[in-house]
Design a binder for this molecule. Structure first.
Ligand code: BF8
Ligand code: SF4
Length: 638
């Protein structure tokens, strides 16, 4: 393999993700159906798919299709939860260091949110300095990961009815680490082998992500970097500028990218760049870290997951820094055909062929300066003949949070979800959808995101977005209010025009799916739309998912009461029982359930049907019946 890669390099040629996908065909059917197990050395075992007539119904240990598919599903949720929660833990540790004055360059930007969070965590506020509060909150947040018996603090933010459901079905999570560890323990050969019981582990460790690790990441980042406010940004590869030194941040944790955002504007570095013949320094982002710095600084986004290699092929990037999650190992190989340097920065993640420059909160400012300096030096190595930047770029409005939605709708002095609820009740807005997740090379260039979101807004559904899905629709102009309004149904359009929001709202990165949970909770608490998230006319979707993290997010949406549809492929299809449980029976316990639909138009229909069913149950379905005026009626009205 190494030799092959070297040959590729010398030919100045490279494979991209789509080429590699093609070379992987045909992909293993057992794996696709969740019917392959390698959990012990009696295996690997594969189970004959239902209807194939095959005789292999049990693994060597006797595990059946239900157990094998369920164990995989549980491990996916554990992996996803560990990834988001590792991010949340880093932010809690950073807050502690900031409070102790050990993190030069960082500060507490949202004191209001700090105090709000302190109250939630039961911290006495009176007569304490901001640093003391930050330290106490950081320590309490960090302790959430290791709680052995007590339940997670943020669970009590959920609607009361939801909390009772979690208690009743014994899925209210304890410490994040404990739930992840137990999930993996239960999947070890010869341990938990009853698929519904295994699913409880998946639910607990997913809820520990949504209402734990991810929520901690989101809320504490807001304290450190500021709660996002609506702003205008730009997206697509055209945001690169051949006259500038281009630095790209890729990955998930904004701790380093925030620092780079400060350093690239420092006059000493801008002047250095100018001495090299550049007009200045241009910072851009890819994937979720891009969403984070867009939301708070308006720094442009080059693209999402599938754009990471393409970005390098522009030949115009001096440095791409990467930290954790969704980083393709191929980056250094592609970069070796250009002058681009790939820098790994996390103590947790290295890449063969990349330069490792480990970053901590203590050295962040210095490391950011070093990286910017390296980028400026590398500008000399850029080969003009290899530079080719696509022209495409489009503007978007980003920077929404569950709090800013409330301010925008109700006004700063009477911030409230009331106008949203009222417009749902009167039928101008049919419902709300969370459309999130990755993009996947198995799907034609983000087609599913675009078709689904357009279908939803056409039918008056307000769409909340995060992650790579948000970047996909932003690239198509759906987060530019002027462009997007043309795709809206009349009711949604009227509300968006009156309030001044796009019909597709960018809520941030994947850990910010916790903002969707909070927005749904705020809608329930506002009143008039039932007593629980499961009663809302709302649905979720990840039409092009690929990462295990998406499964964890979906499972915590479902376990929070949301009907959730995934596209591309579904990992339990080899087990009829488990699939029936996830697609139907789980709703009897948790109020939400999964569906799988690869056609985005049909996916939209499933979501709309669900929204309409909820409207009917709430008794607000009549409000949507609109009179269609014919010419005679119009004349009469005039
Ligand atoms: O966490 S949407 S491809 S970048 S996993 Fe990854 Fe998927 Fe993008 Fe952000 Ni989320
Ligand atoms: Fe096979 Fe059972 Fe071992 Fe899995 S755990 S590899 S099904 S013997």
């Amino acid at each position: 393999m190494a030799t092959e890669q070297n040959q590729v390099k010398t030919k100045n040629n490279f494979d991209l993700v789509w080429d590699r996908l093609e070379k992987q065909q045909p992909q293993c059917k057992f794996g696709q159906l969740g019917l392959c197990c390698r959990f012990c050395a009696m295996g690997p075992c594969t189970i004959s798919p239902v209807g194939s007539g095959g005789k292999r119904q049990y693994g060597v240990c006797g595990a059946d299709a239900d157990t094998i598919a369920a164990r995989h599903f549980v491990r996916m949720t554990a992996a996803g939860s560990s990834a988001h929660s590792g991010h949340g833990r880093s932010v809690a540790e950073a807050l502690i260091k900031i409070a102790k004055n050990q993190a030069p360059g960082y500060q507490i930007k949202d004191e209001y949110k700090l105090i709000k969070l302190c109250k939630i965590f039961g911290i006495e506020i009176a007569n304490k300095k901001i640093e003391e509060l930050a330290l106490e909150l950081g320590e309490k947040a960090l302790a959430e990961f290791g709680k052995q018996e007590d339940k997670l603090t943020f669970l009590k933010m959920a609607p009361l009815k939801r909390q009772i459901i979690w208690e009743k079905y014994k899925v209210a999570p304890r410490g994040v680490d404990r739930e992840i560890s137990e999930a993996i323990e239960r999947t070890v050969m010869g341990t938990d082998q009853e698929y519904k019981h295994l699913m409880k582990a998946a639910t607990k460790c997913s809820l520990a992500d949504g209402w734990g690790g991810s929520m901690i990441a989101t809320e504490l980042q807001d304290i450190i970097f500021g709660t996002p406010q609506p702003l205008v940004g730009k997206v697509n590869l055209g945001v690169l500028d051949e006259n500038y030194v281009n630095i790209v941040v890729h990955g998930h944790e904004p701790l380093l990218s925030e620092m780079l955002a400060i350093v690239v504007d420092m006059p000493e570095f801008v002047n250095k760049a100018k001495q090299k013949g550049a007009k200045g320094i241009n910072l851009g982002g890819i994937c979720c870290t891009a969403n984070e710095i867009l939301m708070r600084h308006g720094i442009p986004i080059l693209g999402n997951f599938l754009n990471q290699e393409m970005a390098i092929t522009t030949g115009a990037i001096e440095i791409m820094t990467v930290d954790i999650q969704c980083i393709m190992q191929s980056l250094p190989m592609v970069a070796s055909c250009f002058h681009t340097k790939i820098i790994t920065t996390s103590p947790k993640a290295k890449l063969p062929g990349a330069t490792h420059m480990e970053f901590t909160e203590e050295n962040a400012l210095e490391k950011a300066k070093e990286i910017v300096h390296m980028a400026i030096e590398n500008f000399d190595n850029r080969k003009k003949e290899k530079v080719s930047i696509p022209k495409q770029e489009v503007s978007l409005v980003a920077g929404f949070s569950h709090e800013t939605i409330s301010y925008i709708l109700g006004g700063r002095f009477r911030a409230s979800y009331r106008p949203l609820n009222d417009n749902i009740i009167n039928g101008k807005i049919r419902g709300v959808a969370g459309v999130v997740g990755c993009n996947n090379p198995k799907i034609t260039a983000e087609e599913n995101h675009l078709i689904l979101v357009k279908e939803l807004i056409k039918n008056d559904v307000l769409v909340l977005q995060t992650g790579c899905s948000a970047i996909a629709t932003a690239k198509a102009g759906l987060m530019d209010p002027v462009i997007a309004l043309d795709y809206c149904g009349p009711g949604l359009r009227e509300v968006c025009e009156a309030v001044g929001i796009p019909p597709v709202i960018h809520l941030g990165s994947c850990v910010d799916n916790s903002r969707i949970l909070m927005a749904a909770t705020a809608m329930v608490k506002e009143g008039g739309l039932g007593d629980d998230i499961s009663e809302l006319p709302a649905a979720g979707a990840a039409p092009e998912w690929m990462n295990e993290k998406a499964i964890t997010i979906g499972q915590y949406f479902v376990a929070s009461g949301v009907f959730t549809v995934f596209g591309v492929t579904w990992p339990t299809l080899g087990s009829k029982n488990l699939t029936k449980y996830l697609f139907e029976e789980i709703a009897n316990e948790l109020g939400g359930n999964w569906a799988f639909e690869s056609d985005p138009v049909k996916m939209a229909k499933l979501m709309l049907d669900h929204i309409d069913e909820k409207r009917k149950k709430l008794g607000i379905d009549k409000a949507r019946e609109r009179v269609l005026y014919d010419m005679a009626m119009r004349r009469e009205l005039e």
